[in-house]
Design a protein. Structure first.
Length: 109
């Protein structure tokens, strides 16, 4: 048989175990809550990043199309300028050739 002192010690140990178990349960519950909060915030951040990425892609595509349009307009403008320069050069060449032939004594008409 156990003495009175041994019984009270056993009760204290049992009570201490119960308190420790209760506190560990509280810690485990808090850890679970933190993990769920972390998962939720991670999912939220991922959604924000994906939305930002889509927005940036749209902006980049719009900028690319705008840049292409500007480049094409500049190309057409440059092409027209070069064609005009070619016409002027041909006109000048034929005018100069006609003047040279006229001074040399030839008439074209």
């Amino acid at each position: 048989m156990q003495t009175m002192e041994e019984q009270s010690t056993d009760k204290r140990v049992d009570r201490l175990e119960a308190q420790i178990d209760g506190r560990f349960q509280n810690v485990e519950t808090a850890i679970r809550e933190l993990r769920s909060e972390q998962k939720a915030s991670t999912l939220e951040l991922r959604a924000e990043i994906q939305a930002s990425t889509q927005e940036l892609r749209g902006e980049i595509q719009a900028s690319t199309q705008e840049l292409r349009a500007e480049m094409q307009a500049s190309y057409r403008e440059l092409r027209a300028s070069i064609e005009s320069l070619q016409r002027n050069m041909l006109f000048g060449f034929f005018s100069l050739a006609g003047l040279m032939l006229t001074y040399a004594g030839f008439q074209l008409s």
